[in-house]
Design a binder for this molecule. Structure first.
Ligand code: HEC
Ligand code: HEC
Ligand code: HEC
Ligand code: HEC
Ligand code: HEC
Ligand code: HEC
Ligand code: HEC
Ligand code: HEC
Length: 494
């Protein structure tokens, strides 16, 4: 067994080694010539925990001073107090509120679960990084306790080992979401992987730190959106979610790809994640003669009144109670990222396909901050906007088929591969954006819903202006000669 003396005797050597390595040593690491910790109790599985519990100074934090400072401001550093303050603390609660085998690769009881030693209280560095005794005794590259980035309900490490269960089913919901699923070819390709993989996104944001799966391809996991140490943004997020400064917004880092036609691309007529730009009034093809400018039309959903922008609707938490008893049944945490998720007979969100009605889906995300008074009110606003958009899309499609009977297939006025841009192509892009947004899963029941919520007013104006331009330019006929080309969706319609 290693003794404390041998450890301290080792320190001067270490300082020497560091001075000679100075070019490659992280200046965020500070050395202190004092006792770091007492040997962990037997059975602790080499977890070392706090060095000074009162001060919440972790053993790791003696050297990794910057990380210590960041971590101390996160909820993880308060996890034990939170549990005690609940008045409901029981033994089985403790593993997730302390340093234990949960969250890291250790699989037998360790840390608090094995010893009930107070040094392991709170979710500390080792909860994620794993036991640090080896590294602290001999801090070299070979002993670095790397944290995992990947998660899954079946995994025996990662955030999901604690962030699961009916009270906080983050990993369950995430696993079924688009972010928990990779499109293989896009995740591995340059030019795609910045948005379609977790590793690619981190690299493109300049997060070049070391973790277990470095060099591998993985999904958009928890610690891609969340910064495990920092608390600069609410919810420990790497970018803020509030405000309309879209360059800074977390979701907009990726949900902002092809927002207007691109004559240089063979996919140039397919909108690709245009949600951000649609919300900020900047998506679509603006036909000649249209009197509005980019950014002029912002629906209330994209306005400053909607403080959390995308997350208000797409990351909405709500409690499901038992219909018979009124008791707690399930805490939905919004990590399926669906704004109006399908629900089962008990009202619990699932990832199935379903119709749009208020019994088949949850409209809870629409009720926050008093936005809509009831699920029915939100549903009816959605229906009236989708009905109008569908009407204009059908009308525009009727014209475009006269211009180019095979629409976007190769040949004719609408052909993304011929290198020439036509008015019919611009109109086609607007039509596609209104119908399915950027979604790759065209469920007809969800047609028009994205555009109807993200920015119905802009979408409608683009469709009407497209209809006018196509009709005049190509001399084609509307379904009825008397059709009045006037807006049907009015701002007070909700
Ligand atoms: C005695 C000082 C000391 C303590 C205590 C210490 N480390 Fe380290 N740590 C280092 C040094 C030195 C390095 C750089 C090793 C190298 O590159 O050769 C390092 C590297 C790391 C790295 C990799 C950083 C990088 O830039 O690649 C991680 C992660 C890490 N430590 C985590 C921890 C954790 C978790 C703990 C607590 C269990 C901890 N360290 C405790 C000194 C320490
Ligand atoms: C499977 C791991 C796990 C178990 C077991 C667990 N918790 Fe938690 N607990 C968590 C996670 C993860 C959070 C954070 C959830 C969030 O932020 O939405 C949390 C949050 C809490 C909070 C809110 C903390 C705060 O400061 O606001 C309280 C209170 C709490 N738990 C009490 C309990 C009690 C009481 C038990 C046992 C009856 C328990 N927990 C068992 C993982 C667990
Ligand atoms: C050992 C269990 C455990 C692990 C592992 C864990 N968490 Fe937590 N997490 C908790 C508990 C418990 C809380 C509630 C703490 C509180 O607020 O009292 C929490 C809270 C949070 C919060 C809310 C913080 C706040 O300030 O309100 C976020 C965000 C979070 N965790 C993200 C993560 C991410 C991302 C990972 C993986 C990189 C992770 N957690 C790993 C147990 C864990
Ligand atoms: C909730 C899980 C979690 C907790 C708690 C946590 N870390 Fe980390 N840590 C990670 C993950 C995941 C990464 C890799 C991604 C990143 O850097 O954002 C990481 C990265 C690091 C790195 C950077 C490695 C590099 O290559 O530069 C260091 C150093 C580190 N952690 C030390 C600490 C210390 C010290 C603490 C406690 C004060 C701590 N961590 C707490 C999950 C965690
Ligand atoms: C696509 C980005 C994204 C991914 C991936 C993601 N989250 Fe989140 N998470 C968010 C957003 C946005 C919020 C809302 C924060 C807010 O409202 O302040 C949030 C909130 C949370 C909270 C509550 C924070 C609080 O302040 O109470 C916890 C805990 C959390 N996430 C854990 C996780 C875990 C665990 C995973 C992986 C299973 C995960 N998240 C994956 C974006 C993400
Ligand atoms: C790192 C890039 C990235 C970030 C950040 C990100 N997303 Fe995504 N998101 C994607 C990708 C890529 C997909 C498509 C995944 C697939 O289908 O394989 C997706 C899918 C989705 C879907 C499902 C779409 C569908 O067609 O079913 C929703 C909804 C969504 N994201 C909302 C959000 C929200 C809200 C945020 C911010 C809290 C966010 N995303 C942050 C990349 C990202
Ligand atoms: C700027 C970020 C970004 C880049 C770069 C990007 N995408 Fe996407 N892509 C997304 C987002 C976000 C979604 C989900 C949007 C939605 O559903 O509306 C998506 C959706 C998709 C879909 C449909 C999703 C599904 O579930 O079927 C496919 C296919 C796709 N992208 C392929 C690619 C390919 C191939 C590339 C590279 C040539 C690429 N993407 C580059 C952000 C991006
Ligand atoms: C006012 C609520 C609300 C806001 C704000 C919102 N969405 Fe949506 N979003 C919805 C609804 C409702 C749907 C349609 C239902 C569906 O497709 O699942 C949707 C659909 C989507 C889709 C599926 C593809 C599509 O375009 O139809 C993605 C991806 C998406 N939203 C991402 C985002 C992003 C990113 C933001 C922020 C830039 C955002 N949403 C803002 C409610 C909202």
């Amino acid at each position: 067994m290693r003794t404390l003396t041998s450890r301290i005797a080792f320190l001067p050597l270490l300082v020497l080694a560091l001075t000679s390595l100075s070019a490659c040593v992280d200046e965020k690491i500070v050395y202190r010539d004092r006792e770091l910790f007492e040997d962990p109790p037997s059975g602790a599985a080499d977890f070392i925990g706090y060095s000074d519990q009162e001060a919440k100074l972790t053993v790791c934090g003696n050297c990794h001073v910057e990380k210590q400072g960041e971590w101390a401001g996160t909820g993880h550093a308060e996890a034990w107090e939170g549990l005690q303050a609940s008045g409901a603390a029981q033994t089985f609660c403790e593993g997730c509120h302390t340093v234990s085998e949960l969250g890291n690769a250790v699989t037998e009881a360790g840390g608090y679960n094995a010893t009930q030693d107070a040094r392991y209280e709170d979710v500390q560095c080792e909860s994620c990084h794993g036991p640090g005794l080896d590294h602290v005794t001999n801090p070299t590259r070979a002993t670095i306790p790397l944290a995992p980035m990947t998660v899954g309900l079946e995994n025996t490490e990662g955030c999901g080992e604690c962030h699961q269960g009916t009270h906080h089913p983050f990993v369950e919901q995430w696993e079924e979401s688009g972010h928990g699923t990779l499109i293989g070819f896009a995740a591995g390709r340059d030019g795609c992987k910045n948005c379609h993989s977790g590793n690619g996104a981190l690299a493109s944001w300049g997060v070049n730190t070391n973790y277990k799966e470095a060099g591998e391809t993985f999904e958009i996991t928890c610690a891609v959106c969340h910064d495990p140490h920092a608390h600069d943004n609410e919810g420990q997020l790497r970018f803020p979610i509030g405000g309309v400064a879209i360059e800074d917004n977390l979701c907009s880092q990726c949900h902002n790809r092809r927002v207007e036609p691109d004559p240089g691309s063979s996919h140039g007529l397919e909108p690709h994640a245009p949600e951000t730009a649609l919300l900020s009034g900047d998506a679509g093809w603006f036909p000649p003669g249209l009197t509005i400018e980019r950014g002029d039309i912002i629906a209330s959903h994209g306005s400053e009144g909607n403080e959390d922008l995308c997350a208000t609707c797409h990351v909405a938490s709500f409690t499901v109670t038992d219909k018979a008893t009124g008791d707690f049944a399930f805490q939905a945490v919004g990590h399926g990222f669906n704004a109006i998720p399908c629900v089962d007979a008990d009202g619990i969100p699932n990832n199935e396909d379903c119709g749009l009605s208020t019994t088949e889906r949850s409209y809870e995300g629409c009720l926050g901050s008093g936005c809509h008074s009831s699920p029915e009110a939100a549903f009816s606003a959605l229906q009236s906007a989708t009905t109008s958009l569908e009407f204009w899309v059908e009308e525009l499609k009727g014209l475009l088929v006269q211009v180019d009977p095979n629409l976007a297939s190769s040949g004719g006025e609408i052909d993304a591969t011929d290198g020439k841009f036509t008015l019919a192509e611009g109109a086609y892009f607007n039509m596609a954006m209104a119908e399915f947004g950027g979604s790759g899963r065209p469920d007809p029941r969800l047609a028009y819903a994205g555009a109807a919520v993200h920015n119905p007013f802009l979408t409608e104006q683009l469709l009407i202006a497209s209809i006018k331009v196509v009709k005049e330019q190509y001399g084609v006929q509307l379904s009825s000669p008397d059709l009045v080309l006037e807006r049907r969706i009015l701002p007070d319609g909700r």
